[in-house]
Design a protein around this ligand. Sequence first.
Ligand code: SF4
Ligand code: SF4
Length: 354
Amino acid sequence: MNGPSRPKRIDAFLRWIGGVTGRGAQRSFRLRLAIQTILAATTISIGISFVRFYRAAAAGQLPLPQRPPGAEGFLPISGVMGLIDWAYTGRLNTIHPAATILVITAILLSLLLRKSFCSWICPIGFLSELLARAGRAVFGRNWRLWRWLDVLLRGVKYLLMIFFLWSILAMGRLGLAAFIESPYNRVSDLKMGLFFAHLSLTALAILVILAVGSMFVQGFWCRYFCPYGALLGIFSFLSPTRVVRDPARCTDCGLCDQVCMARLPVSRSRKVINAECTGCLDCLAVCPVGDTLTVRTAGRRWKPVQFAVAVFLIFILMYLGARSLGWWNNSITDQEYIERVQQLNTDIYRHTGP
Ligand code: SF4
Ligand code: SF4
């Protein structure tokens, strides 16, 4: 139960933000919210620094302010290309190394702690959750698509993932290396920034559909269309970590099913072994009977706090490790950025890869 001394407004806020009530609107849920908020704030700060960097480059101001390498988190395909190129050559590319490190971090987290990258780290996942909660606040509920449509749409993200992987692999070792060094890829972060700064009507319409869809259907983007989530789901399926239910304690109240963002039948499972499980631990947080749901890796039980700390630590240690090894900042000079920024709209920077 929530502590009697906690102001009602905070309780109401927690209920709205989490949709989680009962004994565990508690630690794991609040920790997840805290980590998501910190990382979302970091993402916004990265965005502001990136705009400052672009403006200085466009104005030709030397020296340029520091370009935030974390912006490469929005280049997941570049990150996957970097990973495959690394496997081919044994060397990490120096154009978007942070993108590759972030992809490796997400894969590592998925292998160890299910798709925790999606529910604890990813700012788009967080935004998607907030939109679903806003939908519940406005309409009183979220909706579920018909089962046949749900299954059909869930396949879309896997098709997108296969398309991107196939396109990258079809380039071959030399083609991939040439693309990574190409003028387009060297400024693909800037192109991505400009894409969002000057949205076309079509792109804007797609974003609005995704945002409104996320208010009606929880996880509309993540569940149906995110190819990155599909890739992480495959690694997550191999993870030895899973939510375990003790049927002897379970009262079949069904609360865990109601809060599960992946819509898994937790209350009917002995172990949750499913590529869609994000390791959010909301099912543990909401379960009214202590120790009925636990999260375990190869049988070893995690306290939710330990799980949260592990997710955050792996993410931070990967970042710090990459920085200390020189695998975070890229090798493009300020002078090169200034020269290329002036020509961003020319044919040299037209997209040619996947
Ligand atoms: S089963 Fe539990 S941990 Fe997995 S997605 Fe559902 S609520 Fe989250
Ligand atoms: S596991 Fe917990 S929340 Fe889920 S049905 Fe059983 S008692 Fe209810």
